[in-house]
Design a protein around this ligand. Structure first.
Ligand SMILES: [Fe+2]
Ligand SMILES: [Fe+2]
Length: 209
């Protein structure tokens, strides 16, 4: 059932993306990365709040993973904004999409976090496919293989001669990682690996919990 809901939502959003952007992959990347940065920060915040509410440790690794995902997606946006400039319509679309998608994801996560993670995992699979298509266009010469932005070269530690195709390969690997993480979070049999009650002075330092 969860998979069905997550899959339906993914197909629904994919349909809009395909209709709106068609083969304009640079623009597609810019707009969709603004959306991709939402689930991680929402999930990270909600897990953080849950840890505060329950006064339990054990959430640290997941909180950090989710916040890292959001940060990584934000960086993807910064790379592609140098490749393709969104038009005015797309900027408004981002504004509206952020408002609705953030609210939607928040509610979904509160209602059933497993479906939420499943949906993101499937989104990420779609992102992998889209970046594969984008890469094919670049490799076939339909899209100019421009030099990669300096920001991306520094972020990934690529050589100075790195091109758009190298960037797409790195970004696609990130999306694959997000997909695997979210699939695994959606598959937990119990909500979290048994959080422990906080006992001052016991166990590992707070930073590791
Ligand atoms: Fe991304
Ligand atoms: Fe992603």
């Amino acid at each position: 059932m969860r998979f069905f809901i997550a899959k339906s939502l993914t197909s629904f959003f994919r349909f809009f993306a395909d209709t709106f952007f068609a083969k304009r992959y640079g623009h597609r990347a810019v707009v969709l990365e603004t959306i991709a940065g939402v689930p991680g920060i929402v999930a990270g915040m909600l897990l953080h709040m849950k840890s505060l509410r329950k006064m339990k440790t054990g959430y640290g690794p997941e909180i950090r993973e989710m916040l890292a995902e959001a940060e990584n997606e934000r960086m993807h946006l910064m790379f592609f904004i140098e490749i393709a400039q969104p038009n005015l319509l797309e900027r408004y679309l981002v504004l509206i999409a952020q408002f609705f998608f953030m609210a939607f994801y928040f509610v979904l996560y509160v209602l059933d976090y497993k479906t939420a993670h499943k949906m993101v995992a499937l989104f990420e699979e779609e992102a992998v496919k889209s970046y594969t298509d984008y890469l094919a266009l670049v490799e076939r010469g339909h899209v100019e293989n421009v030099p990669a932005p300096k920001l991306a070269i520094d972020y990934y530690g690529m050589g100075t001669g790195a091109r758009l195709s190298d960037l797409i390969i790195r970004v696609r690997a990130d999306e694959q990682h997000h997909s695997e993480v979210n699939h695994s979070y959606a598959a937990f049999s119990s909500p979290r690996p048994k959080p422990k009650k906080i006992r001052l002075g016991a166990g590992e330092p707070e930073g590791l919990r």
